[in-house]
Design a protein around this ligand. Structure first.
Ligand code: PXP
Length: 248
């Protein structure tokens, strides 16, 4: 079975917020992604609201007919927003005020009580819980214990190793291949624990093939590369390109 694709449309809101105006519309973006074949829409409600705003969640809950996944920190404020807007899934992610984007997986072991509390409340509200983590066995085990139904493996390190010159030459290639193995071992471990496995961060049509070939990965969350391509070829075409790269 090939993996599902959730398109992360945060950067549509990033453009809008650059002018604090009304366009481009995240609702329209979500509709176009679905029309092009996306299986779901992902957005990240950050505590600094640098792109997606609370009102966007209401708009998206109204228009998304496939699957709405909201990434958020495991805080009381965010859990309350999720309970009110009722996305299909919440992905718990780490957040640091100075980061440009999410920098790595959530340390579930180090933040166990807060993560387990958030997961419990979200599950009780009927929201599916995914936790974004690095491909580390102990973190996967902790995510299961905290109440996640899914883990999303952070592919940031793999993505970094597949960029430009690093990917083209010997040592970089070897390191990227080793990282693929690490992600595969983690995916197997998670599946053995009964967790659904997702992956995301820094994935592109150029680097996704080895991950798309893993039957254990059921879902990808991809934003930056799709929106970047959309600037040149339009959003629907960019989504279709990514679906083709996944093998759909
Ligand atoms: N998954 C998670 C948990 C993320 O935080 C992000 C970035 O918001 C993504 C996937 C998508 O990453 P990218 O925009 O690099 O495709």
């Amino acid at each position: 079975m090939t993996a599902r694709l959730n398109v992360n449309i945060d950067h549509v809101a990033t453009i809008r917020e650059a002018r604090k105006t009304i366009e481009p519309s995240v609702g329209a973006a979500a509709i176009l992604c679905e029309k092009a074949g996306a299986d779901g829409i992902t957005v990240h409600l950050r505590s600094d609201r640098r792109h997606i705003q609370d009102a966007d969640l209401d708009v998206l809950r109204g228009v998304v007919t496939t699957y709405l996944n909201v990434e958020m920190a495991a805080t009381d404020e965010m859990v309350e927003i999720a309970k009110r807007t009722r996305p299909d899934a919440v992905s718990l992610v780490p957040e640091s005020p100075t980061e440009i984007t999410t920098e790595g997986g959530l340390d579930v072991i180090g933040n166990f009580d807060a993560v387990a509390k958030a997961a419990k409340e979200l599950s009780a509200a009927g929201i599916f819980v995914s936790i974004f983590i690095d491909p580390i066995e102990d973190q996967i085990t902790a995510a299961k214990k905290a109440g996640a139904g899914q883990i999303e493996l952070c592919t940031a390190e793999y993505a970094e190793l597949t960029l430009g010159a690093r990917a083209a030459h010997g040592e970089g290639r070897k390191k990227a291949a080793a990282e693929v193995e690490r992600l595969h071992d983690a995916a197997l471990h998670a599946q053995n624990k009964g967790l659904i496995v997702a992956a995301g961060h820094g994935l592109t049509t150029r680097n996704i093939a080895p991950l798309a070939a893993m039957p254990e990965i059921a879902e990808f969350n991809i934003g930056h590369n799709i929106i970047s391509r959309a600037v040149f070829c339009g959003l629907e075409e960019a989504v279709r390109e990514m679906l083709a790269a996944i093998g759909r």
